[in-house]
Design a protein around this ligand. Structure first.
Ligand code: HDE
Length: 707
């Protein structure tokens, strides 16, 4: 039955006049609700075909309350494009964040390589650097216990060089053949679809316990390296040995290391866990805010250089990616710096579509025979063909070289170029056209001419057989507190493993790493007997220790790049807040004001101090240290507020310095906090700065039981 017309169905008969680029294009929809307020000149909205759009609010209908017409090409185009907005996420390293910047070479490696990026001092090579977690999906969190990807694309004058590394210098497996198994084992279990972004489950530890070559990297994964405070405070490693080739064709092996200018800094585990609820984007936001504030993150690039003869003397095989070269054995030589100074304009176009590939190297850099690297040389281009939809992804601006490039590759899905070389010739050799691209012996890429003799077969080198010695070296090189963190991480992870024999097998392997560690983990798991150590083919060596592998001792005592939260409320003393803030900012810290209401607090003198965050939504985990300036009355009131009590209790538990005024004492008492040397008065700004430059490590045994 036809409805009588009502006021609801009154038609908006004619759309407003088509806005011109000089007119305002704000107008009202049927309900009269739309207002667009941004000023400036607004170009006419068009379809992808360039057809101007008159109404971007209403689809085309037969009548105001009638069905929508298939004829509406504007609606169809808009929805179709939207339907295809997502592309497959990376199978690993799906969650990432990136920034633009430059690399500046400070020391030439001319003796070793012809690659201009490593020989021409002073110039700025543009870079795009993407950091990532490994196991979680693109929508997972920033702070799980996980390895971090550290991939740098250098747009060099001789083509793109991708140094696709991690924040750990070794890898779990020795052969690319095992990568799909490793990744299947660590990602969410296939029948149940969980856990997301976590290695603490049966399949990962089952794989580990059956593949002892993983043990060295497992020790790194259980260390504080995998719970970084900030992407700006992580090291990066190229992992594999690469080769440098000089003009004479001579080869030198090289390992690449990135060292953060702000020093390495990690969180404590409970903090990392709580960050997952406080701010899923903690690392992404931190990098964004630093770059927006002009506080550009910087890393030093260093190399370890060694010859084939040097390598023969190492007590391990450098082609085995489960081994690192201690810097006590081959020192690091700084050669340049990378600064990240520009946030991408568009996350999808740049951070999501960027395609890194370890096979992208300019002339003068070459590969080693590391079997993991060899597999990677294939995998990245292959996965990118499906992830980015075809072979022309190299033309996406973020992936295209910034130097001239010419070849005879043509056509394919999403071809964007009409090549400069016009006419009949799209092949080589040809005699029909002048100025066609040709190969160059002088400038072209050369491979190291390596002699190989052997018998073809699916074999693993005997020199790869020692799986435990470096795991032991790494564990024993740590400070006692770091060892306790590792033992506790192992207890946590294995406690999440439901299958007893998997748990026990993992502990058995730890006996080879360190019998005391195995016992601590067994005790932490409540095992009645210590599981037996599996047989080994090689005796475990006691290698010289490498204190350079610690991080707690090497954390930089600084407030640069660190963020301090000051809690205020109505009635707070504005002068005390201002003085503290000034002193903190003077030494490079960022200060954020937190108040019970985001509108801010009315200070004792009646002025309004705007807040950067609301107390319940800005827990202390997002800060490196906290302070408070509260009146006794507000302190007493907040002592009954869980968010305020947790603010201090968590800061204390996470070993942070606290500057607490007298008014705050009631909250500290409610949180059961017994002030120690890391709890000072906010009037003592210098005392607070000294305490906040580091964590209060001595407090840890008082606040939690470590394995
Ligand atoms: Fe990767 N890895 N990987 N990987 N990897 C990928 O490539 C692979 C390995 C690393 O921000 C994928 O485009 C194999 C070591 C980073 O976009 C894929 C093997 C190291 C990134 C792939 C390894 C890395 C990736 C997934 C063993 C440290 C993210 C999406 C043979 C040196 C780069 C993609 C970015 C990404 C394969 C081992 C680092 C599937 C087969 C060792 C930082 O191609």
């Amino acid at each position: 039955m036809a409805r009588p017309p009502t006021s609801r169905s009154a038609a908006h008969k004619s759309p407003p006049a088509l806005p011109s680029s000089t007119q305002s294009n704000s107008f009202r929809g049927n309900a009269g609700e739309l207002q667009q307020q941004a000023g400036g000149k607004h170009p006419v909205l068009t379809t992808q075909q360039g057809i101007p759009v008159a109404d971007n609010q209403n689809s085309l209908r037969t009548a105001p309350r009638g069905p929508t017409l298939l004829e509406d090409f504007i609606l169809r185009e808009k929805i179709t494009h939207f339907d295809h907005e997502r592309i497959p996420e990376r199978i690993v390293h799906a969650r990432g964040t990136a920034a633009h910047g430059f690399f500046e070479l400070t020391h030439s490696l001319k003796k070793y390589t012809t690659a201009k990026v490593l020989t021409d001092i002073g110039g700025h090579t543009p870079v795009f650097t993407r950091f990532s977690t490994v196991a979680g999906g693109a929508g997972s969190v920033d702070t799980p216990r996980d390895v971090r990807g550290f991939a740098v694309k250098f747009y060099t004058p001789e083509g793109n060089w991708d140094l696709v590394g991690n924040n750990i210098p070794v890898f779990f497996i020795q052969d690319a053949m095992k990568f799909p198994d490793l990744v299947h084992a660590v990602k969410m279990e296939p029948d149940r679809g969980f856990p997301q972004a976590a290695s603490a489950h049966d399949t990962f530890w089952d794989f580990v316990s059956l593949m002892p070559e993983t043990l060295h990297m497992v020790m790194w994964a259980m260390s504080d390296r995998t719970i970084p405070r900030s992407l700006r405070m992580m090291e990066g490693f190229g992992v594999h040995s690469f080769r440098l080739l000089n003009a004479a064709g001579e080869s030198t092996f090289v390992k690449f290391h990135w060292r953060p200018k702000l020093g390495i800094q990690s969180t404590v585990w409970d903090e990392a866990v709580k960050l997952q609820s406080a701010d899923n984007d903690f690392h992404r936001r931190d990098l964004f805010e630093a770059i927006e504030a002009g506080d550009f993150p910087e890393w030093e690039l260093s190399v370890q250089l060694f010859t084939e003869q040097d390598a023969e003397r190492f007590p391990f095989d450098h082609l085995d990616p489960t081994k690192l070269i201690p810097e006590e054995l081959v020192p690091l030589q700084p050669i340049g710096r990378m600064v990240l100074n520009r946030w991408p304009d568009n996350f999808f176009a740049e951070t999501e579509q960027v395609a890194f590939c370890p096979a992208n190297v300019p002339p003068g850099i070459d590969f080693s025979n590391d079997p993991l690297l060899q597999g990677r040389l294939f995998s990245y281009l292959d996965t990118q063909l499906s992830r980015l939809g075809g072979p022309n992804f190299t033309q996406i601006p973020i992936n295209a070289p910034k130097c001239p490039f010419h070849n005879m590759q043509r056509d394919g899905h999403m071809q964007m170029q009409v090549q400069a070389l016009k006419g009949r010739v799209n092949y080589e050799p040809s005699s029909l056209l002048a100025d066609t691209p040709r190969a160059s012996q002088a400038q072209g890429f050369r491979h190291f001419a390596q002699a190989d003799d052997g018998v073809k077969g699916r074999v693993r080198a005997e020199s790869f057989a020692d799986h435990y010695s470096q795991a032991r070296m790494f564990y024993r090189s740590q400070s006692p507190l770091e060892q306790a963190h590792m033992a506790s991480a192992l207890v946590f992870e294995l406690s999440k493993v439901g299958t007893p024999h998997v748990r026990e097998a993992a502990v058995g392997h730890l006996q080879h790493v360190d019998p005391d560690l195995a016992q601590r983990v067994a005790d932490g798991l409540g095992l009645q007997t210590l599981p037996p150590a599996p047989a080994t083919t090689e005796p475990v060596q006691d290698l010289p220790l490498s204190p350079a592998l610690r991080i707690i001792d090497r954390m930089k005592p600084t407030l640069q790049g660190r963020c301090i939260g000051i809690l205020v409320a109505d009635g707070s003393n504005g002068t005390s807040v201002a003085n503290l803030r000034k002193a903190l900012e003077k030494v490079g810290a960022t200060v954020k004001i937190v108040a019970p209401k985001v509108g801010g607090a009315v200070l004792k003198d009646g002025t309004l101090l705007p807040a950067d965050g609301q107390l319940a939504g800005t827990p202390s985990v997002v800060f490196d240290a906290v302070a408070s300036v509260l009146s006794p009355a507000m302190g007493a009131q907040l002592a009954k507020e869980a968010a305020a009590v947790d603010w201090f209790r968590d800061a204390f538990g996470h070993l942070k310095a606290i500057a607490a005024c007298k008014g705050t004492q009631a909250i500290l008492q409610a949180g059961g906090i017994e002030p120690d040397a890391g709890v000072v008065d906010p009037a003592d700004a210098q005392g607070f700065i000294a305490a906040a430059q580091t964590r209060q490590w001595g407090r840890e045994p008082k606040v939690r039981t470590l394995a």
